[in-house]
Design a binder for this molecule. Structure first.
Ligand SMILES: [Zn+2]
Length: 109
């Protein structure tokens, strides 16, 4: 998304402020992915690239609000080694909340 273009909405901010529910935000995002593509989550709904990526991997909006407010995990929940969200190479844990794993973690599942 070019920096000059401001997203039309900021869904995560709206959920955080109680303007819309997480369920409505999720429905809007699901619809956007179905009809457009995931880039729409950034350009129209104000999700960062990391937030859109995590949403596509199954993170729910409540989780994304938490990460935006408190900060994202900075380590892999499997091996405990550092993980830099901006550098990618991570996946949202499908078993536990609030956790990211290295996509190629050296430690076996
Ligand atoms: Zn790891």
């Amino acid at each position: 998304m070019p920096l000059a273009i401001k997203p039309r909405r900021d869904l995560i901010d709206e959920v955080q402020k109680g303007i819309i529910t997480a369920g409505i935000a999720e429905a809007l995002c699901e619809e956007a992915i179905a009809h457009y593509d995931h880039l729409y989550l950034g350009s129209a709904f104000g999700l960062t690239e990391a937030e859109a990526t995590a949403f596509l991997q199954g993170a729910n909006i409540t989780q994304l609000v938490k990460w935006r407010v408190r900060g994202w995990p900075d380590h892999c929940s499997r091996c405990g080694m550092a993980l830099v969200v901006e550098d990618y190479g991570w996946v949202v844990s499908d078993g536990a909340e609030d956790q990211l794993l290295h996509v190629n973690c050296f430690r076996e599942r």
